[in-house]
Write a protein that binds this ligand. Sequence first.
Ligand SMILES: [Fe+2]
Ligand SMILES: [Fe+2]
Length: 190
Amino acid sequence: MRPTRDRAWQTLTAYTKGEPLLRHALGVEACVGAYAARFAGDEELWRATALLHDFDYEIHPTLDRHPQDGAPILREEGWPEEVIEAVLSHAEHLAIPRDTPLKRTLFACDELSGFIQACGFVRPDGIETLEPKSVRKKLKQPSFAAGVHRDEVYRGAEELGVDLDEHIAFCVAALRPLAARLGLRTGEAG
Ligand SMILES: [Fe+2]
Ligand SMILES: [Fe+2]
């Protein structure tokens, strides 16, 4: 099996029907995919990994099963161990060392991409003019997008070795072309 982005989308959509989770997967994919060039990663493999990281969440919605019980399904499908190990490493409770650029990038983009989407939902032009400063301000409001683990956002950027503002700006830019698909307003008439 060739570990392509499209193959990952097939697997993801076979197990995931909910639009919010699909949007989450697409958002993380956009950010991780954009980082592949910066860290000399295999973009296709990185995109596939990002799409797959929560593929089993609908069928395993608790941490005693997600993502560890998804791994055998991926193995069965023939995904490379590099992908499977990276998928497993995004879960803090498994305490797998994030010892590759792919693992660090996935972790750094997971919570942040969802948070950026949440910021975009409450703005008239979505994420078109969203600046790191306002994302950081919202991060300090615990009631806003309360499900997003702030500590993981901060630690993710730190482990990646990218300044938080730069990381936010990079991810916002990666998400912009996808705004309509993510259900965000784009500032265009209509
Ligand atoms: Fe997850
Ligand atoms: Fe996730």
